[in-house]
Design a protein around this ligand. Structure first.
Ligand code: SAM
Length: 211
């Protein structure tokens, strides 16, 4: 993406204030439409593909880089995708502002950057606050789908979700405890996933469902 910053520091001062707001359901999307959300979507290839293949679903891409969001909104309009929305979030700061409790069918956290700068937490992407927020916003039976090309990042996320202190949240690993899901069970792939597979590298994927 020329002219758009590739990275921002989500812990930079300008990103620490609460700026996110609820994403409005587009007119024409049914109130009971399944809601699929891509977290840190960048160019949102995954969301575009999902929205195109499932016109009855509402698909939302969330991102910290505003200019990427603007570009995605233009592309969605050009593609005539009325069931695809985009919104600002800093996942470390204001994810709790975006959706009401019990409204999201599936969160997709795909190939996230390792966000934390402190050395010991560098690769920790799912931190306890975010995990609780996502849990609250999921519908009963909802899912948290995670994928990364970096084994340590995936393992750190798994360690967080499956930590005994989080047992009460009720996330169940669909592949069995402490196991990765093989293959991509969805009919869409993100840009980063395509690049990873083209390079012959492995995707480390987990799927967690709640009761
Ligand atoms: C490596 S890209 C992956 C993009 C896409 N999900 C894929 O699989 O191709 C990670 C994205 O997460 C965004 N991001 C990083 N930290 C974030 C945060 N704290 N809140 C929201 N988005 C963030 C980055 O701006 C970047 O676009």
């Amino acid at each position: 993406m020329r002219g758009i910053r590739q990275h921002v520091n989500p812990l930079g001062l300008s990103f620490m204030e609460v700026r996110a707001s609820p994403v409005a359901r587009p007119p024409g999307v049914a109130a009971d439409a399944p809601l699929e959300v891509e977290l840190g979507c960048a160019d949102a290839d995954f969301s575009f593909e999902l929205a195109g293949k499932h016109p009855d679903w509402w698909v939302v891409g969330l991102e910290i880089r505003e200019r990427v969001l603007e570009r995605n909104r233009v592309r969605a309009q050009e593609d005539g995708l009325k069931n695809l929305s985009f919104g600002y979030v800093n996942l470390n700061v204001d994810m709790d502002q975006v959706f009401a409790a019990g409204t999201v069918d599936r969160f997709h956290l795909l190939f996230p950057d390792p966000w934390f700068k402190q050395r010991h937490r560098k690769r920790r992407v799912i931190e306890p606050w975010l995990l609780r927020v996502l849990r609250r916003q999921l519908r009963p039976g909802g899912e948290l789908h995670f994928a990364s090309d970096i084994y340590d990042v995936a393992l750190a996320a798994m360690a967080e979700v499956e930590d005994p202190s989080n047992e009460a949240l009720g996330f169940r690993n669909l592949a069995g405890p402490w196991s990765f899901w093989r293959g991509n069970p969805f009919d869409a792939a993100s840009r980063r996933e395509r690049i990873t597979l083209r390079r012959g590298q492995r995707v480390w994927r987990m799927r967690y469902v709640i009761p």
